[in-house]
Design a protein around this ligand. Structure first.
Ligand SMILES: [Zn+2]
Length: 399
């Protein structure tokens, strides 16, 4: 919790985890995304202005001497999103305060508690005198919050298993589906003039706002279509569009000559990403045609970050049945399912590498907001459920 592992600063956290894994006697593969060629792989997300030389990934292998069971990837991400203004937090974002059964801080819920659960589930087996009877790969990755390239790098590096579990905070539900997500940057130009003669120039910030409104219109149309989507029909407005970051202009008394807006939009299952991208491009182009300046100076759309396919977990897999039984044994109730309007890393394992990819984990709140927290009582029970799942999926041997 005390590592501020925002993008580009995850290495100290990952190095510490690698040492923790090595101290357990696990075989540690610590590498960076820059070490792994991935361009051209399905699911790879293009990035600008991002250096992967320090993007440390960790894969620890618990090798079974004579495997008799089914192997498992158990994966969590340690990257966290920026904490925003600290004066709006009640508790220090990286303090790791525990109060009334809650652990507070950025990443407490999403998903350092899940990482803790998967590691301590393996420790729990050991303290019970057991070891998995098949190979287990404990992976901590980065880039989950922006591209997924960390998860993809583990697959590109060759790690495979008979199933994958990602303990994101799902409040102990199984994630039946998640939407796709695309990131793009709008680049808008303007004609700078003294604001005393603003009518002679154009304002790139206001032009960007026109494009944002057009994209909000597109989002509303997509959410109309969502009402008949076989996976997301029951969820109101499952596709979210977010202009999440903006910069532009140089001077309060000059009309801005430039504006850049970083955007995120969801994609419904059944929609091809290429088609979704085309809809964004068409919407921007159409809005630009309605503006004298933009019509002749078309805005650019740069795909920079997530190009994440939607994912639907097929029903009826053995892995899900084993997890449901493990959940029931701890919580005494059936494992419910959820459909997520955010993305997670399961798509890589599930879509591109044909592995049953389960997203199931503990609970908390304040994700991406202030005073993010994890519920420690549920975290303990989730750890137990994951330990039971590992034991039942992989089988166990006495140590
Ligand atoms: Zn997460």
């Amino acid at each position: 919790m005390r590592f501020p592992s925002v993008r580009g600063r995850e290495a100290p956290c990952q190095d510490w985890i690698a040492r923790e894994f090595a101290a357990r006697g696990w075989a540690v593969d610590r590498y960076t995304i820059a070490d792994v060629p991935m361009e051209g792989l399905r699911g790879f997300a293009p990035v600008m202005d991002t250096n992967y030389d320090d993007a440390v990934q960790v894969v620890a292998t618990l090798r079974a001497p004579q495997p008799t069971g089914r192997s498992l990837v158990i994966q969590g991400h340690v990257d966290v999103v920026p904490e925003g203004p600290h004066d709006m937090w009640t508790r220090a974002p990286y303090g790791g305060d525990v109060h009334d059964g809650r652990l507070y801080g950025r990443g407490a819920c999403d998903m350092k508690q899940g990482v803790a659960a998967m590691v301590f589930a393996l420790d729990a087996l050991k303290s019970a005198g057991l070891a998995p009877a098949a190979d287990v790969y404990a992976q901590t990755v980065t880039e989950e919050e922006c591209t997924g390239n960390g998860a993809l790098s583990t697959l590109a590096r060759g790690y495979r298993a008979d199933a994958c579990l990602i303990p994101e905070p799902t409040a102990n539900t199984i994630t039946r589906a998640h939407v796709g997500v695309m990131w793009f940057r709008l680049r808008v130009r303007g004609v700078p003039v003294h604001v005393a003669h603003a009518q002679a120039g154009t304002n790139a910030i206001l032009s960007a706002y026109t494009l944002i409104q057009a994209l909000q219109g597109l989002t509303a149309r997509i959410n109309e279509r969502a009402k008949t989507n076989p996976v997301f029909a029951a969820i109101p407005d499952p596709v979210k569009f977010n202009p999440g970051k903006i910069r532009g202009g140089d001077w309060a008394s000059s009309t801005p000559a430039w504006c850049e807006v970083d955007c995120r939009i969801g994609v419904l299952p059944g929609t091809d990403l290429a088609d979704a991208r085309q809809e964004v491009l068409d919407t921007v182009a159409q809005a630009a045609r309605g503006d004298h300046f933009l019509a002749n100076n078309p805005p650019e759309v740069v795909w920079n970050g997530f190009q994440a396919d939607p994912f639907v977990l097929p029903e009826g897999s053995d892995a899900e049945a084993v997890l449901a039984a493990a959940h029931h044994s701890v919580f005494g109730a059936a494992m419910e399912e959820r459909r997520s309007t955010a993305v997670n890393d399961t798509r890589f394992y599930g879509i591109y590498y044909g592995m049953p990819a389960l997203c199931y984990g503990p609970t908390g709140g304040g994700v991406h907001g202030f005073d993010e927290w994890a519920d420690l009582a549920t975290l303990r029970r989730t750890t137990l459920a994951i330990a039971a799942f590992v034991a039942d999926w992989c089988g166990v041997r006495q140590i």
